[in-house]
Design a protein around this ligand. Structure first.
Ligand code: IPD
Length: 265
């Protein structure tokens, strides 16, 4: 990959593949034990989430010692280069614990508020996606292949991906909104890893996306892949944020975003 953003993507790919290998190798048969809980009693972390983040932080620091780092498991480092890495060492930890084959390593590089490179790999099946700002979105398992989001069906035929954070109050509100949305679309999927939802949106494996309560590491890499493939991402008003992230192909985005708002998300 060419240019500074390309170099950052290349590093994200190398480091992400090593972390994915660690996660695959260390996963025991059966259920993975919980090491601790975080924001709520249903928000788990395993030793393997921590080991993956530790490896990613070390490999990034070896290659680029002056960069900042923001990791889901608490590794925060203020850098001096202007580049910061935003990392989810296992996105879809609950899937990982139970053996549901949708859990990913997600690595993004940003300068200021702008994500400039992102890489997501589904550890369970090896599918991988990457993007650079202005450089397009690519499938990165096998020969790199650029892709764009296909034209979506009309609103009533949308397959919508969503997810639920761990905050019980937000969950109750999300449940009510999903109840309203479900009869108005084809169906809803809860894949269990926001980074994979966003890559599915990018590729057209789902038609639209909505979620409340996303953290920066859930959104950074997958969000860039979705927008570089041609999708529009939005918040309730303006840019996507912790309150709301919704995404769709530009052809249906205005109508779909309106529907999401009308469902009270
Ligand atoms: C979670 C997953 C899930 C989403 C949650 C995230 P984690 O991340 O992405 O799909 O609905 O909002 O917190 O905890 O598995 O890294």
């Amino acid at each position: 990959f060419a240019g500074q953003h390309g170099e950052l993507l290349s590093l994200a790919v190398d480091v992400g593949r090593e972390a994915a290998e660690l996660v695959r190798r260390r996963r025991p048969e059966g259920r993975v034990p919980v090491a601790d809980v975080k924001s709520s009693a249903t928000d788990p972390v395993t030793e393997i989430d921590r080991a993956s983040e530790e490896l990613i932080r070390r490999l990034v620091a070896e290659a680029r010692p002056d960069d900042g780092f923001l990791g889901e498991e608490g590794d925060t480092l203020v850098g001096t280069s202007g580049v910061e890495w935003v990392v989810d060492p296992i996105d879809g930890t609950v899937n990982f614990m139970y053996g549901v084959p949708a859990y990913a390593v997600s690595i993004a590089a940003r300068t200021g508020d702008q994500v400039v490179a992102g890489f997501v790999v589904n550890v369970a099946d090896g599918r991988a996606w990457g993007a650079t700002l202005g450089g397009g979105a690519y499938r990165l398992d096998g020969e790199p292949r650029r892709f764009v989001t296909p034209t979506p069906p009309p609103l009533t035929h949308l397959l919508v991906a969503t997810g639920f954070g761990y905050d019980p109050e937000v969950r109750a509100a999300q449940g009510a909104s999903v109840t309203q949305l479900l009869p108005q679309v084809r169906d809803i999927r809860r894949i269990g890893a926001a980074a994979l939802d966003l890559c599915a949106l990018a590729e057209g494996t789902v038609d639209a996306y909505v979620e409340r309560g996303l953290q920066p590491w859930d959104l950074a890499a997958g969000g860039l892949i979705a927008t570089e493939a041609g999708c529009v991402l939005s918040g309730l008003e303006g840019a996507p944020d912790r309150r709301l992230v919704m995404g769709a192909h530009p052809e249906i985005a205005p109508e779909y975003f309106e529907l999401v708002r009308a469902c009270g998300f």
